[in-house]
Design a protein around this ligand. Sequence first.
Ligand code: FO1
Length: 332
Amino acid sequence: MRGKMLSMNLNTADSWGNKKITVLAGGVGAARFLYGLQKIHPPDLITAVCNVGDDLAWNGLHICPDIDTLIYTLAEVEGDFGWGIQNDSQHTLDELETLGEERWFQIGNKDLATHLIRNRILQTGGTLSEATQVLAEARNIKSRIIPATNDPHPTFVITNEGRLSFQQYFVERRGEPQVSEFEFPNITQVSPAPGVIDAIKDADYLFFAPSNPFVSIDPIIQIPTVRDSILESQALRVGISPIVGGKAIKGPAGAMLESLGHEVSAYGVARIYEDLIDLFIYDEVDSKLATKMKSLSINTQYCDTMMVNRKARTTVASNIKQLITSHVNESA
Ligand code: FO1
């Protein structure tokens, strides 16, 4: 561990400075973290590698919830729950319902514009990477956002109610079914999107965003060659806990940890990431876990990680920067 630290391309006098940062990103938690990060670091030095396991076809349109949540959050137009666009209307959904269609997955009218553009690009031979770049540039996003893969790579959730697509499980069934495992049926055929492996290998800092380890981060890591590139990366690899005070900040991570037999705590998440990271950061309300965390083979630190509003996202990014700077200086 110390040997790795010394071999890293880090100048301790300027351990943050103009470093290249890559973030493995899921949905709302990742988007909020990236929002804070690009307030304290040059956005053009930040790359987000986004999960696409939550993607779905909705009335023939390809919807990418994690990519869109990130774009909307960085553009400061995200909806009240963290996804979709703020002050959106539902006239299309209303009309679809009148025509006898289901409306459990809510696509707002403003949000629809994103999907129409993405669909046009995909249908005229463009890739998901290209569509994402067009959509991010249109909203003046300076950080690079790349899908983990351009290939179809859906996540299925195996539950006591059967095999459900991620959105069926999460939205239609409100995350209620008991989960026993996850399936990535295309995993042997998918390749990382252009730029993913370089972004991981060439990063100075590689973050595992405060996202769900099973359905946000794992679908990225499982893509052939991605895990090896993380292990080979010279980056300082930093995991951030999505579990605070024994509960997920958002989404089903807590229930999934429990039903899969993990401890429902930041420690439970740290153990999942232990082989892949150098440093794990968790929330200060869990400071009592510090003794237990010391049994792990990685360094662990805590700070305030609660991103309750836009200002707090920047504060959290600064707190994390400070912990990393101390970690790098102490390891030199
Ligand atoms: N989440 C919901 O709970 N209900 C919805 O109807 C819903 C619609 C939706 C539409 C577009 C979009 O980009 C995201 C949407 N989400 C919705 C969020 C999404 O299901 C999840 O947040 C992510 O997939 C988990 O990261």
